[in-house]
Design a protein around this ligand. Sequence first.
Ligand code: HEC
Length: 154
Amino acid sequence: MRPLLCTLALTLTACVPKPTGPPLLSVATLGEVMHDLVIPSAEVVWDSVGTIYTAKGVQEIRPANNEEWIRVEQSATALTEAANLLMMDGRAKDTARWYQRSIALREAGAAVHKAAKARDPEAVFETGGQLFEACQGCHFEYRFAKDPSTIRTH
Ligand code: HEC
């Protein structure tokens, strides 16, 4: 009886289809995701708020109207979801630290989005700093360490 059960169990296991996810495919290279999605979106966020000190006085940079705020929201959405793209097979450099670094980007992007939705320039500035740290955290581990000549401001 016993060997038969075993055989049956094995057969059943073999019949269960392997769980598969959606048919994701990394088409763009990692560099293309950086250049076409991550960098332009981060620049919109970083350029949207700030303070410029000149001889003539202090100039506050803020999104000027609803359209400009929406642009910050859109860029934050792109950054948040780009983090998921970074974790896809074909782009992820490993499944441990790389995932953590990507999740930090996803969280920073979501935080910027929340701040922009609240139309809160101080919060966009703060979360823009969190965003910068998410970029740098991954770069120090995976980009600069490999080639220190690539160290730059972003
Ligand atoms: C999870 C890791 C990770 C995160 C997060 C990340 N990057 Fe990158 N980035 C890389 C790697 C790895 C490279 C090198 C890519 C290559 O060699 O193809 C790179 C390359 C770059 C480059 C150089 C591209 C070139 O052609 O020289 C810039 C600029 C850049 N990233 C900007 C950013 C900005 C801005 C952010 C945050 C908003 C960010 N990255 C977030 C991993 C990351």
